[in-house]
Ligand binder design. Structure first.
Ligand code: PLP
Length: 382
């Protein structure tokens, strides 16, 4: 299998797995227990907290571990949006991940006033629209660092300034960007940054939110219980997962700046090959995008059909295939693609272990699949 779906998930790096293994059986203690086994687990969790904090230039004490980015986004949005009477409004970008959009849509049913901000044809947030929509009635502004479908990177420091100018707090879902792009919660003044281990070669089912001092003063838990994670997220910590997240952050920090040029070299090679098939549009900007990510609309074909024609290649369509009839991606519609164009999309994500041979093979598979699909659909088009 040629795995080019690193925006969906990444394999656990062997270095990360090695760090996790002792905490399943040998050092299996509950990090909240006061005996030696518990203290050993707690020390490992503390180390992981330091590593997560270091990668995003944050305070270790600001890191709250969760079951992933979906939970972290829910915690921030539900736990911080209602912090002040007179600020019923939450402003989010149209192209956010569904773990943000569906959460705010649910909150809107119980009184939150939801405002969506537009993007341009490359998926870049319209800062004038944002400035116009953030007011002194806004509690929270939520904009992702890098888009998971089309790789557009947001100017987070500018967005934070706009939010803060009206007294609102800024949440950045940095799930796709952390480990691939440099990010500093301090320099960009991000009040809440959310991330997930399985997008940076760590395990699934563990993530974190970094909460600024200002954020800490207002956020309330959404999961109640034993008061773990300084009362913000109750529940026994997933110690092997947390250790894996910490190690994944250390590895990501050590290759940051080195790995991305190689990801981009391989993605550029893929791009040159894929464009050769003709009638292809790149989704998202040509440059300054999430390293390794490319998304395309292939004229006259269906993305699901293309994937079925290439079982040896793991890529992703631009559709939410949760039902029998796939719905076109809200991101592709937001950047102005038609319904049919959006259903013709494929997303590729190059990763740490991808080889040049795999890219060349993928180009042949995609080219053959598109040509075959187009030639079969010709009679129907005439
Ligand atoms: N936010 C973004 C931008 C993502 O790409 C994802 C992953 O699909 C999530 C949130 C959800 O992360 P998790 O799988 O850890 O819940």
């Amino acid at each position: 299998l040629i795995y080019l779906d690193h925006q969906a998930t990444t394999p656990v790096d062997p270095i990360v797995l090695d760090a996790m293994l002792p905490f399943f059986s040998g050092d299996f203690g509950n990090a909240s227990s006061h005996h030696l086994a518990g203290r050993r687990a707690a020390l490992a969790v503390d180390d992981a907290r330091d590593s997560v904090g270091a990668l995003i230039d944050g305070r270790p004490s600001g890191v709250v571990f969760t079951s992933g980015a979906t939970e972290a986004n829910n915690l921030v949005l539900q736990g911080a949006a209602g912090y002040e009477v007179g600020r019923p409004n939450v402003v989010v970008c149209r192209t956010e991940h569904l773990s943000v959009l569906d959460t705010v849509a649910a909150m809107a049913k119980s009184g939150t006033e939801l405002t969506l901000v537009d993007v341009d044809t490359d998926g870049r947030i319209n800062l004038d629209d944002l400035r116009a929509k953030v007011t002194t009635r806004t509690a929270l502004v939520s904009v992702m660092l890098a888009n998971n479908e089309i790789g557009t990177v947001a100017p987070v420091a500018e967005i934070a300034d706009i939010a803060h100018a009206s007294g609102a707090l800024f949440h950045c879902d940095a799930t796709q960007g952390v480990g691939r792009l440099p990010i500093s919660v301090r320099a960009s003044e991000i009040d809440f940054l959310t991330l997930s281990a399985h997008k940076l070669y760590g395990p699934k089912g563990v993530g974190a939110v970094h909460v600024s001092r200002r954020g800490q003063a207002v956020i309330e838990p959404i999961i109640h219980g034993g008061g773990h994670e300084r009362g913000l997220r109750s529940g026994t910590l997933n110690v092997p997962g947390v250790v894996g997240l910490g190690r994944a952050c250390e590895v990501a920090g050590s290759v940051l700046g080195v790995e991305e040029p190689e990801l981009e070299r391989l993605a550029g090679r893929l791009h040159a090959g894929v464009m050769g098939v003709g009638d292809v549009i790149l989704n998202g900007p040509i440059s300054d995008r999430l390293p390794g990510n490319r998304s395309y609309c292939f004229g006259g074909v269906d993305g699901e059909d293309l994937l079925l024609r290439m079982p040896q290649l793991a890529a992703s369509t631009g559709s939410a295939c949760s039902s029998a009839s796939p719905a076109p991606s809200h991101v592709l519609l937001a950047i102005g693609r038609s319904y049919d164009e959006a259903l013709s999309a494929l997303r590729f994500g190059v990763g740490r272990f991808t080889t040049e041979q795999e890219i060349d093979r993928a180009v042949i598979l995609v080219t053959d699949a598109v040509r075959a699909a187009r030639s079969e659909s010709l009679p129907a088009r005439n």
